[in-house]
Design a binder for this molecule. Sequence first.
Ligand SMILES: C[S@@+](CC[C@H](N)C(=O)[O-])C[C@H]1O[C@@H](n2cnc3c(N)ncnc32)[C@H](O)[C@@H]1O
Length: 254
Amino acid sequence: MNILPKLTLVGAGPGDPDLISVKGIKAIADADVILYDDLANKELLTYAKSKVEKIYVGKRVGKHSHTQDTINELIVHFAREKGHVVRLKGGDPFIFGRGYEEVEYVRNHNIETAIVPGISSAHAVPALQGIPLTSRGVSQSYWVVTATSKDGTITKDVNLAAQSTATVIILMGTRKLQAICATFSAYGKQDTPVAIIQNGTMQNEKMIIGTINSIYDKAVKENISSPAVIVIGETVKLSDSSWKERLNLNQYFG
Ligand SMILES: C[S@@+](CC[C@H](N)C(=O)[O-])C[C@H]1O[C@@H](n2cnc3c(N)ncnc32)[C@H](O)[C@@H]1O
């Protein structure tokens, strides 16, 4: 049998396994090998053919089990040995997902690649808490930034974002929360509303709401940890605890 090496990078969505695209499910069902991350819901692996090899290649903060180089090499190795490799990544692979690096590496090895975008936690997680990222008369744009740079320090973009009037969504920010709040305070944003949503779209999701002044203490008290999305801006005020009930957003949850 002729093996046709191929990589499909699939966005698994923000956590709820129903928030993957039909195209993503078709790719999983066609895979000969699946390499998956921490934030990709394991339930999605049930769409795979039986006996397909499913390999965990997660690299959670502080627990790097696989380096990016190893993952790149594994993709090429399995594509040549087995055929269709699906790389299943949380949210959208091109948003803080290092997806482009994987595609580039594999293309440089003359292996065909395809991309199935995913629903990013950056917008889906606030949405399911009734927090719009833009709203007429409240916020005209949104920025998605990471708080943590390559060398582990807070990014310069957090400083730039703090000066804007946009809704600011911060990923990978829980460990930098105190520094984030200090940055926003330095620009007179002490009273700006903040929401932090942990394990968004999942059954164990948890949200705290406060202001730049109060959110750090609340986060410590509530033991907020990764994965969490931090939303800073006036649209946070539009969130309403009865939102889910009223709009029945969870009607398709199992
Ligand atoms: C390496 S980034 C990957 C982002 C992903 N590519 C996306 O588009 O959602 C990981 C960060 O995304 C955020 N994140 C991902 N899934 C989440 C979830 N279900 N709930 C809250 N935050 C989440 C957290 O800030 C986490 O630290």
